[in-house]
Ligand binder design. Structure first.
Ligand code: UDP
Length: 336
């Protein structure tokens, strides 16, 4: 396959590009490098440093490169920023997302895999979260992802777009080559490791939640397991694949949770990180962070069933260990 990966210079995108190249596919990365890193794009992929939101230019690129399928990883993805500046999220995620879908339609690209998020569910009534859990996002980030998922579904029915939307839970870990570098960094595991490096003190956002140890529980999934799922999802969009539409029937838009299926508390993460780095990690307890639901854990049964996928690197030690090893090799992130 010839695959366009938007956001292929970002964290999830770059590890997915590695996986696609390994499987023998040709990869074109479309990334404006606003949050991505040129050095994250493997040598085997062709980087086009531009925005996916320019419909005409993207349609030309799809035609010129004879692209068969799109993996759309690019997006704005910070919950707090989305609340402070929703316009940016609607413009980049929704307006940009529709421009990309339109470019695909113009260029006749009928296969699409979309990076969605567990944030589409909001605060669920029950755990684990299945794909039938109502979608009630509580921030513009989740809302804009849901809006693009909705558009994709209608494109399936009307224009025959075959697609899989993948609702990521908490992505963690690193490949040999690529890891997580965000500025600002808001995520737990990078913040724990920064504290281990002596750069900051970790703040635990609340210990009074209705959970066994009082801290929030999340479902962490290794970025390499996510990359495996992307490859399988792209395969499921093949023109003759009944998973995205039987012959003679309208195309189908699939939505699948990608999580480990297991929950870990903030303290579980801290303790596992202390085992990985072999020393105590400085931390303090702070107040709750606004908008954090107590427990978010995926049911991954549908992804297992439909894609034949299973998370293979499912211990916190593997995820944190790979992130730690990567940070030790990249003391300044992607800067040389
Ligand atoms: N968290 C924390 N300290 C931090 C960052 C995160 O205690 O410096 C907590 C946060 O409140 C949440 C969990 O860790 O309960 C995971 O947060 P993260 O931002 O990594 O992912 P989210 O689940 O919000 O997408």
């Amino acid at each position: 396959m010839r695959i366009l990966v938007t956001g292929g210079a970002g964290y999830v995108g770059s590890v997915s590009v590695e996986r696609l190249l390994e499987a023998g596919h040709a990869v074109v990365v479309l990334d404006d490098l606003s949050t991505g890193h040129r050095a994250a794009v493997p040598a085997g992929a062709h980087l086009v440093a531009a925005s996916y939101g320019d419909e005409a230019a993207t349609a030309d690129l799809l035609e010129r490169e004879r692209i068969d399928a799109i993996l759309h990883c690019a997006a704005r993805s910070l919950v707090g920023e989305s609340i402070a500046d929703p316009a940016r999220y609607y413009r980049d995620n929704v307006v940009g997302g529709i421009a990309l879908l339109e470019a695909a339609r113009r260029a006749g690209v009928g296969r699409f895999v979309f990076s969605s998020t567990a944030a589409v569910y909001g605060v669920p009534d029950a755990t684990p979260i299945t794909e039938n859990t109502p979608l009630r996002p509580i921030n513009p980030y989740g809302e804009t992802k849901r809006t693009v998922e909705d558009a994709i579904r209608w494109y399936a029915a009307a224009y025959g777009l075959r697609s899989v939307s993948l609702r990521y839970f908490n992505v963690a870990g690193a490949s040999e080559r690529n890891g997580e570098v965000h500025e600002p960094e808001t995520h737990l595991i990078p913040n724990v490791l920064r504290a281990a490096e002596g750069r900051t003190t970790l703040t635990i956002y609340g210990t009074d939640y209705p959970t066994p140890d009082g801290t929030c529980i999340r479902d962490y999934i290794h970025v390499a397991d996510l990359a495996d799922a992307h490859l399988l999802a792209l395969e499921a969009t093949a023109p003759d694949d009944p998973r995205t539409g039987a012959a003679g029937e309208p195309a189908l838009a699939l939505a699948l949770n990608l999580g480990n299926g297991d929950g870990f508390s903030v303290l579980d993460v801290l303790r596992a990180a202390e085992r990985v780095v072999g020393q105590p990690i400085p931390h303090r307890v702070g107040p709750r962070r606004a908008g954090d639901p107590p427990i978010l854990v995926a049911s991954n049964a549908r992804a297992r069933d439909v894609l034949g996928w299973a998370p293979r690197r499912d211990s916190l030690e593997e995820m944190i260990g790979s992130a730690w090893a990567w940070r030790r090799r990249h003391a300044n992130g992607y800067e040389r």
